[in-house]
Design a binder for this molecule. Structure first.
Ligand code: C5P
Length: 357
């Protein structure tokens, strides 16, 4: 299937998110009252890539790239397709929780070398990073192999597209290291061949996605980029195929996704707009997730937050506050990370907003 991008004009905010500078605005779903949300210990990081020494034997320098993740501000499933996939209509946004990746050209003429800090992640041909490099070589005809170091921070089975972000970052990085033989439109089109959630990373950061997720339309970020957000994930992950399998099409929302897109652009997040058709099946598969969402809603209710699941789960997103609720702080099994929406300019890659060192 081909991948399309709509080159709609996009306003990319370049506002700083420093806690001591610009207060960030989040629209309140109850009365559309602006809520002042001030960034956490946020600090704009400036470097896109940093050159550093490659491991011995590489003989060249490695370049570092930030590999972001994504959230779905709303997610409607519009149809079950004959090929077993589902058509969706979703407002995706790239966020600054991400992995660190380093790339160098390898002198090998037969294989890539992927090194990952997480021993549970396969580093063979099943990894999306290697799939992306195989795709890059097949499409460009360039027989270049790579050395890649992947420092994972984004949990998997999370609905955050961490592996998809790695694949997109790999396509971008390989193209940079090889002197940009492909256009970004090429990378976007190719990315749909190896996964549903990769294409969104070739948008400007905010994208209305349809098809399997590979038809990408740039939109203006619907919220101030400094809006405080907290991601909370239980130790159990969600298997995307299992969640789609558990989906009861009769139990879906009937909301028009284009109306949701307009509403979030006009009025910001609200419970009525931030709906996710995959919540119900995820809560069936993982009842503890429904309890976690409810507890997070209650714990942050006085902050006018909006709470919803991202993608096929199991991450719950809190929009409007990034303080870690006491019950979350006490539970060491929960993954928790403050995050911010991020965008990029064409030709550049993403950089994180928050300094997590
Ligand atoms: O494309 P990706 O590898 O993320 O998809 C994993 C699985 O999730 C697919 O094999 C399919 O079962 C399900 N899926 C779907 N509809 C989508 C995306 C994924 O049914 N739009």
């Amino acid at each position: 299937m081909s991948t399309r991008v709509c080159l709609a004009p996009v306003v990319v905010s370049t506002s700083s998110t420093s806690k001591t500078s610009t207060p960030c605005r989040l629209r309140d779903h109850r009365g559309h009252r602006p809520v002042v949300a001030i960034g956490a210990s946020a600090r704009r990081l400036s470097a896109l890539t940093v050159t550093r020494a490659a491991p011995s034997g590489q003989g060249v320098d490695a370049r570092r790239f930030f590999s972001p993740s994504k959230i779905n501000l709303f997610l409607r499933i519009t149809a079950r397709r004959p090929d077993g996939f589902h058509d969706l209509a979703s407002l995706f946004h790239v966020v600054d929780l991400g992995d660190d990746m380093s790339f160098a050209k390898s002198s090998s003429e037969t294989k890539d070398t992927l090194i990952c800090n997480d021993p549970t992640i396969p580093t063979d041909e099943s990894n999306l990073v290697i799939k992306a490099l195989n795709l890059f070589r097949a499409k460009t005809g360039i027989e270049q192999y790579f050395w890649i170091e992947l420092d994972k921070k984004v949990p998997h089975g999370a609905g955050l597209g961490g592996g998809s972000g790695n694949a997109a970052t790999t396509l971008f990085a390989a193209n940079e290291l090889c002197g940009r033989p492909a256009t970004e439109a090429d990378l976007l089109e190719w990315s749909g061949e190896i996964g549903s959630d990769i294409s969104v990373f070739f948008s400007n950061g905010a994208a209305y996605c349809t098809g399997r997720g590979e038809i990408v339309e740039n939109v203006e970020p619907p919220l101030d980029l400094g809006t405080e957000m907290l991601l909370v994930k239980p130790p159990m992950g969600c298997s995307t195929p299992a969640i789609f399998k558990a989906l009861d099409l009769d139990g879906r929302s009937t909301a028009d996704p284009l109306a949701l897109l307009k509403a979030i652009g006009d009025d910001g997040c609200s419970e009525a707009v931030c709906i996710n058709d995959l919540e119900a099946p995820a809560f069936t598969v993982l009842p503890e997730l429904a309890e976690l969402k409810e507890s997070l809603k209650q714990a942050t209710a006085d902050k006018n937050t909006i709470v919803f699941m991202s993608g096929s789960g199991s991450t719950i997103v809190i929009v409007g506050d990034d303080d870690v609720p006491a019950f979350v702080a006490e539970d060491e099994t929960l993954f928790k990370a403050p995050t911010r929406l991020i965008t990029r300019k064409p030709g550049e890659w993403y950089v994180p907003t928050l300094d997590r060192r």
